[in-house]
Design a binder for this molecule. Structure first.
Ligand code: TXA
Ligand code: MG
Length: 341
């Protein structure tokens, strides 16, 4: 048990004194949860083996799942990676700081524990002043997975971090709700065709505009390139049933909800605002309008967690069209679901 310190910091106008204290803790090998523009991360000094190991322990994350290295200056990529293809530099120049993680061949300074023994390293520069100043003052890149217990929905506010990791973290920086609410896009740039390993805050379409067509790595692909791509991630405690966008979707959701209710189960339905009034008599939560997928993304993890707080047994989620930001949302829902219909 530790004595977790919570620092409340405004991400628009961060109090640098508090960030300096957190940076000092990172330097000393402590672990600090901090906001990024995507979700909260649990950070450690990349050169401190014990601190990195602590992250895996606290999250209950298997050591075979590598971590993203967060940098505060684009130039740091040259210390951490080698053989950086021109296309990777194009992405970096366009999207950093921002929700894009590039996987590159690693340099020798990156500890094997961070990359789970792979010869590649995932790097990103977050777009959040708290995160950027933390890295700057710590004078080291910071490796950070999402600050949740492994397998649970990622935290989009400090409360989620405290709920999952409680007293196990030295410092939690509370910078309010994260802007995007879903994780960064991960793209493997180490071999052609370049592949998106995880859709995220930068859409596949935005990347294609710059690089031409890129491949989307799916679970059906034979090789697992990214252990975090495995199913059963982002899951709430309740059973999650995802009903994909097809004919009869609404009546299917209703039938399921009614059946579970008859069995005495506590059912929650997650719907777009356009369909909210179609489930009278049921507990519903609105993710946002189908015409505003950024808001849907922003709300997703937080709604899954709030159903858990209300001790729902079954969550039935309305699937949306997997396009643009909808693809990121559906990726998370499909991985979280116990059943997809
Ligand atoms: O938005 C984000 O990316 C957040 C914030 C905190 O930056 N971080 C995050 O980290 O989502 P995490 O650890 O929850 O997810 C990182 C993903 C995992 O799926 C992991 O397997 C993959 O990136 N990854 C890390 N290093 C990799 C590598 N060398 N090759 C392939 N995949 C890698
Ligand atoms: Mg994660």
């Amino acid at each position: 048990m530790r004595n977790t310190v919570v620092f409340k910091i405004n991400p628009e106008k961060p109090d640098l004194r508090k960030i300096k204290i957190a940076a000092k803790a990172i330097k000393q090998g402590k672990i600090v949860a901090f906001p990024t523009e995507t979700v909260y991360g649990l950070g450690a000094n990349i050169f401190n083996f014990q601190a990195v190991l602590k992250i895996f322990e606290v999250k209950k994350r298997p050591l075979k799942d590598p971590l993203i290295v967060h940098i505060g200056d684009k130039k740091d990529v040259f210390n951490l990676a080698k053989k950086i293809p021109e296309e990777a530099m194009m992405l970096i120049n366009k999207f950093w700081p921002g929700p894009l993680t590039v996987v590159l061949e690693k340099s020798d300074i990156v500890l094997n524990i961070i990359t789970a023994g792979l010869d590649t390293v995932a790097i990103r520069m977050p777009k959040n002043l708290i995160a950027l100043n933390l890295i700057k003052f710590a004078k080291t890149p910071i490796c950070a997975p999402s600050a949740n217990i492994f397998g649970r929905p990622s935290p989009t506010c400090a409360k989620h971090v405290l709920d999952d990791l409680g007293k196990k973290v030295d410092i939690v920086i509370d910078g309010g709700r994260t802007n995007i609410g879903l994780e960064s896009t991960v793209i493997d740039m180490t071999r052609k065709p370049f592949r998106i390993l995880r859709p995220g805050g930068i859409t596949t379409e935005e990347i294609s505009k710059l690089l031409g067509k890129v491949k989307l790595h799916t679970n059906k692909s034979k090789i697992i390139r990214s252990p975090g791509m495995l199913r059963h991630h982002y899951s709430p405690e309740a059973n999650l049933i995802l009903v994909e966008k097809k004919n009869g979707q609404i009546s299917k959701i209703k039938r399921l909800a009614l059946n579970f209710k008859k069995q005495g189960k506590h059912v929650g339905i997650m719907v777009t605002s356009e369909n909210q009034n179609k489930f009278e008599g049921f507990k519903t939560k609105t993710i946002g309008s189908i015409n505003d997928l950024r808001t849907c993304a922003f709300n997703l993890f937080s709604i899954l967690r709030s159903f858990d707080k209300e001790k729902v047994d079954v969550i039935i989620a309305e699937g949306i069209k997997p396009q643009g930001f909808g693809l990121t949302i559906m990726d998370r829902l499909r991985k979280a679901a116990n059943l997809i219909l």
